[in-house]
Design a protein around this ligand. Structure first.
Ligand SMILES: [Mn+2]
Length: 350
C-alpha cells in the first residue's frame, strides 16, 4: 500500500512541504487544472507538475482526475475526437510515470452536497447531504447548489440538462462502454490503469442517471473490458452513503480480483434514507468500519494507492471544503496505524 494525499496545485492553501511532513506519506494525487476539459494534457505541463511534486520529496503516480467531457457521456458525434485526445493524455501521463488515472462518469455534477459546513457536535464542520433537500432543488430556476454556483451559466446548465433528458441508465452505460472499449487498450499500452470513481452520492440526482452506485454496477463496468487496466477507485465515502453496500465484502471481492487500483478512505454517518454527513476517519465516528475495510485490503494483498478522502474542518482551518490539511493528515496517520497493526499481526517486519 502506498499512502497518498490530494493536492490542488499552487492555488491550494495546503502546501506540498506541509504534506511531506505527514508520517508515511508516499505521494501526491493531483491534476492539471488549467487545460480545458477535452483538450490534451501536454508533456510539458505534466513534466512541470511532476517536477514540483518530486522536488518536494513526493511521488506523482496518481492523477485525479482526467475529466471525461460531457459529450462522451452523452454519446455525441464529437466524442471520437475527444476520446482520441483523452488517449493522447493517457500516453503523455504514462510516459511521465503515472500509474493510475481516476475518473468518473457522473452527468453534469461530479459530487453533490446540500451543506458544505454542517456544524458537528465537537465544533468542527463537515460536508453533508440531505436527500429531501436535494430533491426539492429546482434546477430550472438556476443553480443554487453548494460548491457549484460558478460552474455553469444558467442557460448552459438548462441545455445540458435537456440533452440528458434523452439519456437513461442503460444509454449512459452504453456510452461508458463505448469509452472504455476505446480507452482501456490505450491505457494498457501507456502502462497505467483507469480507475472509475463511484457516484457521489450513490443515487440518481435531479433526474440524472447514475450507473456507479453498488456492487452490481461495479461488476457490470468491470465486465465491459475484462482487463486489470479497467479498474476501480473504491471510495468508502461515496459507496458508504448507501447502507446496502457491504464495503468490506466488496473490497474483499474486487481487491481479491486485483481490480481496485486506488482506495479513497472516508467515513460517513449515513441514515437508512441515504442522508449523510462526513465525519472523522475513525470507525466509531461513522457508518464505515474502517478496520474491516483495511483488513479486507490487507488480506487480499492490496499493493495499490490509498488516500484519506475528505476530512472535516478542524482547529479553525479554512480552505477548500473537505480538503483541509489537519483532518486529512489525522486520517492518513490513523490509516497507517491500522495498516501497521495488520502487518505486525501477520508477522511482517515493521
Ligand atoms: Mn472519493
Amino acid at each position: 500500500m502506498k499512502m497518498t494525499f490530494r493536492w490542488y496545485g499552487d492555488d491550494d492553501p495546503v502546501t506540498l512541504s506541509a504534506i511531506r511532513q505527514i508520517p508515511g506519506m508516499y505521494g501526491i494525487v493531483s491534476a492539471i487544472y488549467e487545460t480545458p476539459v477535452g483538450e490534451v494534457w501536454t508533456p510539458e505541463a505534466i513534466a512541470a507538475l511532476k517536477g514540483k511534486i518530486n522536488r518536494a520529496g513526493l511521488a506523482f503516480e496518481v492523477v485525479e482526475s482526467v475529466p471525461v467531457h460531457e459529450d462522451i457521456k452523452l454519446g455525441k458525434p464529437s466524442r471520437d475526437r475527444l476520446i482520441a485526445n483523452y488517449g493522447e493524455t493517457l500516453r503523455n501521463l504514462g510516459a511521465a510515470g503515472v500509474k493510475v488515472v481516476c475518473y468518473n462518469f457522473m452527468p453534469v455534477f461530479d459530487w453533490t452536497r446540500t451543506d458544505l459546513a454542517l456544524q458537528l457536535a465537537d465544533g468542527s464542520n463537515a460536508l453533508s447531504f440531505n436527500a429531501a433537500e436535494a430533491d426539492a432543488i429546482d434546477l430550472s430556476k438556476g443553480l443554487s447548489l453548494p460548491g457549484w454556483d460558478a460552474s455553469y451559466k444558467p442557460e448552459e446548465l438548462a441545455s445540458l440538462l435537456e440533452e440528458y433528458g434523452a439519456i437513461d441508465e442503460a444509454q449512459l452505460l452504453e456510452n461508458l462502454a463505448f469509452f472504455l472499449k476505446a480507452i482501456i487498450p490505450l491505457a494498457e499500452e501507456a502502462g497505467l490503469r483507469m480507475a472509475i470513481h463511484p457516484d457521489d452520492p450513490p443515487r440518481p440526482i435531479f433526474g440524472l442517471p447514475r450507473i456507479v452506485k453498488n456492487r452490481a454496477d461495479l461488476e457490470r463496468i468491470l465486465a465491459v473490458v475484462d482487463n486489470p487496466a479497467n479498474a476501480l477507485t473504491f471510495c468508502t465515502g461515496s459507496l458508504g452513503a448507501d447502507l446496502g453496500n457491504d464495503l468490506p465484502a466488496m473490497v474483499r471481492e474486487f481487491s481479491g480480483r486485483d481490480r481496485i487500483a486506488f482506495a479513497h478512505l472516508r467515513n460517513v454517518k449515513t441514515s437508512p434514507a441515504g442522508d449523510f454527513n462526513e465525519v472523522a476517519h475513525l470507525s466509531s465516528e461513522g457508518s464505515v468500519d474502517m478496520g474491516a475495510v483495511l483488513r479486507a485490503y490487507y488480506e487480499t494483498g492490496f499493493d495499490g494507492y490509498f488516500r484519506p478522502d475528505h476530512g472535516r474542518m478542524i482547529w479553525s482551518e479554512t480552505g477548500k471544503p473537505g480538503y483541509g490539511l489537519y483532518d486529512r493528515a489525522l486520517g492518513a496517520v490513523y490509516l497507517n496505524g491500522i495498516w501497521e497493526g495488520l502487518r505486525k499481526a501477520a508477522g511482517a517486519p515493521a
